[in-house]
Ligand binder design. Structure first.
Ligand SMILES: C[S@@+](CC[C@H](N)C(=O)[O-])C[C@H]1O[C@@H](n2cnc3c(N)ncnc32)[C@H](O)[C@@H]1O
Length: 312
């Protein structure tokens, strides 16, 4: 299915130094990576731990296997457990292992490796089936939504999850086109969108917002983020899965994700259950922004929980 490549080892994750500073890895602790991806953050943190437990979670089994291989190689002294699943279930997964997390990271969204595989259907630059499921086991693909939802529901997905100003016109265009033949490929959808949405002065592809919206809808990205934030709040209030003093970092890439993260972590600080781990908001420096376009929109927020005793 997959062969670990040199490019996995050379993949540099976003805000790596900043994540390490916020999570402060130390030996014999437990690290939970909710979005293992290519294992870039996890390999660095695990190698700094030297010994301890590393729990890798990813909804995408291919990514999980790549992360696991990379972390095992980088940190042979750590015990690595890989669990395919949604991070909405992180609390249950960690509980089931009988562990308490000292460090938790969620680096939201998708990896460039997933974007590069045309057959996953995330990219409007590569032709492929209109899929967009991070977890291939999900029952509904982007093509299912595009070909079956009523025009009004499509428009609200494009507006609410993509902030697309021409949401209604795009939805109308799609409904007209699908009555001739189902829309099954990324390139056909992108062309329909480009017929309605003009190219921005900054040169951003007109299909960007609608593709983002569909990906969020297919994977219920805001719903599962809420579930993760609720489990962090439970952990901070003495729930079982987070250790006293645990550090929790979340990297988001657009305002729809950053807003709930900011609110939820800010609320923990306001209630005296946590303090900011480093600056309240961390963004990439000039150098990283130049090297990695994805880093330009990355926002890291991290907290350190108080040392209150926790229920086991
Ligand atoms: C940006 S990548 C993570 C990259 C990783 N930090 C690294 O250093 O290589 C995001 C990963 O999270 C996974 N993912 C996204 N949403 C998820 C969810 N709700 N539950 C579990 N995994 C998820 C994706 O499949 C993808 O592999």
């Amino acid at each position: 299915m997959y062969a670990r490549s040199v490019s996995d080892r050379s993949h540099v994750p976003v805000l790596l130094g900043e994540v390490v500073a916020a999570l402060a890895p130390c030996a014999d602790s437990t690290y939970v990576d909710c979005t293992a991806g290519l294992g870039g953050h996890a390999a660095e943190i695990a190698s700094r731990m030297g010994a301890g437990q590393v729990v890798l979670i990813d909804a995408d089994p291919t990514m999980l296997a790549r992360a696991e291989a990379r972390v095992r190689e980088a940190a042979p002294g750590c015990t690595v457990v890989a669990r395919r699943g949604n991070f909405a279930e992180a609390e249950r997964l960690v509980d089931a292992l009988g562990l308490k997390a000292d460090m938790v990271l969620a680096d939201l969204g998708f990896c460039s490796a997933q974007m590069d595989e045309g057959e996953r259907g995330f990219s409007f630059m590569r032709d492929g089936p209109l899929d967009m499921r991070l977890d291939p086991g999900l029952s509904t693909s982007a093509a299912d939504l595009v070909n079956t939802l009523p025009e009004r529901e499509l428009a609200s997905i494009f507006r609410d999850f993509g902030e697309e100003p021409r949401a209604s016109q795009v939805a109308r265009k799609i409904v007209g086109a699908r009555s001739e033949s189902p829309i099954l490929t990324t390139v056909r959808l992108a062309e329909l969108i480009r017929a309605i949405v003009p190219r921005s002065p900054a040169g951003i592809d007109p299909a960007t917002r609608v593709f983002q919206a569909l990906r969020i809808a297919v994977n219920d990205e805001l719903g599962v983020l809420d579930a993760l934030l609720s489990s962090v709040a439970r952990g901070a209030s003495g729930g079982g899965w987070l250790a006293p003093g645990a550090r929790v970092g979340i990297i988001s890439f657009h305002s729809l994700e950053d807003r709930p993260v900011k609110t939820a972590l800010g609320e923990l600080v306001r209630r005296g259950l946590a303090e900011a781990a480093g600056a309240r908001l961390v963004e990439a420096g000039e150098d990283e922004r130049r090297r990695n376009p994805r880093a330009r929109s990355a926002k890291l927020r991290a907290v350190r929980l108080g040392d209150i005793p926790r229920r086991s």
